[in-house]
Design a protein around this ligand. Structure first.
Ligand SMILES: [Zn+2]
Length: 323
C-alpha cells in the first residue's frame, strides 16, 4: 500500500484499525503464554524460566517479556481482564504495575492479595496515564510510589544503575555504612555495594573450604589426597580418587569439584541441543537417582537449576503436570 497517497483522515482510520488488530493479537499472545506457563513447556526447550524463554528463545526485550508474563498470569486469575485489554481500556504497563504492587504487598507484609482486590484497582485505571496509574495503584495498596530499576551498560562495560529505595530501606543502608565505616570510609554507595559483594563471595568460598571434610584414613597415602584448598589442583584430581572418599554421602569436596566443572545448569534440549546454562538456584543432581541405586561418584553427578531438577524428578516419578 502506498501510504503517501492516503489523506489524513484515511491515515487516522488506518492507524486506529491497526491498533485494534494489534490489541487482538496481543490477547492471543497472552492466552498462548498462559498455556505455555501452565505446561512449563519452556523447561523442555532448555530454558529455566518463562522469562528466559521469552527473552532468549522468542526475542522479546526484558521489559516486554516481564509485562507479558504479568498480564498472562493475571488473565489466569481474572479472565475478564481480556476484554479490557482488547478494547484498549487498560494496557500492559498498567497490569504490570498492579502485579508488581501485589508482589510487594506479599513480600513486605506477608499478606495475600485477592483477585477481587486486583480487579477493583484495575476497574479505575481506564485510560489513565502511567504516572496516574502509579499513584493510584500505590494509594490502593498503601505502598510508596515505586520506580523501576534502570540499568544502562556503557561501552567500557561499566553499568549505570538507578533505583529507588523506601525511606526505611535507605535508612538501613546508611546504618550499615556507618557500622562498616572503618572498612569503607566513603559515602559512595557503589564502593559500599562492591565491598558487600566481595564479603559475601569470600564468606561463601571460606565456608565451603571449612566444611569440606578430608577423610585421610580412606586414602592409601597422603599424596593421593586432593588439595581442596587449591581450586586449580582440583582439575588434576581424577574422579576415582575423589570418589574413594566415600560413596555413602555426597562430600563437600565432590560438590566443589562438580560445581567447578559445571558452573551452570547442564540441562540440554535433545531437539535443539540448547543447554539451559542458568546460574540461579543450582543444585547437584544424580543422573541415575539415589533411589534407583545411583552412586555419588562424580560421573553420576551433574549440576541442574532447581526448575530442571524438578522437571527431571517429575518425569522419573511419572508425574505429568508440574507446578
Ligand atoms: Zn536449567
Amino acid at each position: 500500500m502506498n501510504l503517501k497517497a492516503l489523506n489524513q483522515n484515511e491515515l487516522d482510520l488506518r492507524i486506529k484499525s491497526l491498533a485494534q488488530k494489534e490489541r487482538e493479537v496481543l490477547h492471543e499472545v497472552l492466552e498462548t503464554l498462559k498455556e505455555i506457563d501452565a505446561r512449563k513447556s519452556y523447561l523442555n526447550f532448555g530454558f529455566s524460566s518463562l522469562f528466559e524463554y521469552l527473552v532468549h528463545g522468542v526475542g522479546y526485550s526484558e521489559g516486554s517479556a516481564q509485562r507479558r508474563i504479568d498480564a498472562a498470569r493475571l488473565l489466569r486469575e481474572l479472565p475478564g481482564v481480556a476484554e479490557k485489554i482488547q478494547t484498549g481500556e487498560i494496557n500492559l504497563s498498567q497490569i504490570s504495575l498492579v502485579q508488581k504492587a501485589a508482589r510487594e504487598v506479599i513480600r513486605t507484609r506477608a499478606a495475600s492479595v485477592t483477585a477481587e482486590q486486583k480487579m477493583e484497582v484495575l476497574e479505575n485505571l481506564g485510560k489513565k496515564s502511567y504516572g496516574q496509574t502509579q499513584q493510584q495503584v500505590a494509594a490502593f495498596f498503601d505502598l510508596p510510589i515505586a520506580q523501576g530499576t534502570y540499568k544502562k551498560v556503557h561501552a567500557d562495560e561499566s553499568v549505570r544503575v538507578e533505583f529507588t529505595l523506601t525511606k526505611e530501606a535507605f535508612a538501613k543502608i546508611k546504618n550499615a555504612q556507618e557500622i562498616l565505616s572503618h572498612a569503607v570510609p566513603t559515602q559512595d554507595l557503589a564502593v559500599f555495594l562492591e565491598y558487600l559483594a566481595d564479603k559475601v563471595i569470600k564468606q561463601k568460598a571460606g565456608r565451603t573450604k571449612e566444611n569440606a571434610p578430608v577423610h585421610k584414613a580412606n586414602f592409601e597415602s597422603k599424596d593421593k589426597m586432593p588439595n581442596i584448598a587449591n581450586l586449580s589442583e582440583l582439575d588434576e584430581v581424577t574422579a576415582n580418587v575423589a570418589v574413594n572418599i566415600t560413596d555413602r554421602s555426597l562430600t563437600s569436596a565432590n560438590k566443589r569439584i562438580i560445581f567447578k566443572k559445571q558452573p551452570c545448569c547442564q540441562w540440554v534440549d535433545p531437539q535443539s541441543g540448547r543447554r539451559c546454562e542458568s546460574k540461579w538456584l543450582l543444585q547437584i543432581d544424580h543422573k541415575q537417582s539415589r533411589w534407583a541405586q545411583g552412586s555419588n561418584q562424580l560421573g553420576n553427578l551433574q549440576v541442574l537449576c532447581a526448575a530442571h531438577n524438578k522437571l527431571k524428578y517429575m518425569r522419573e516419578a511419572g508425574i505429568r503436570n508440574i507446578s
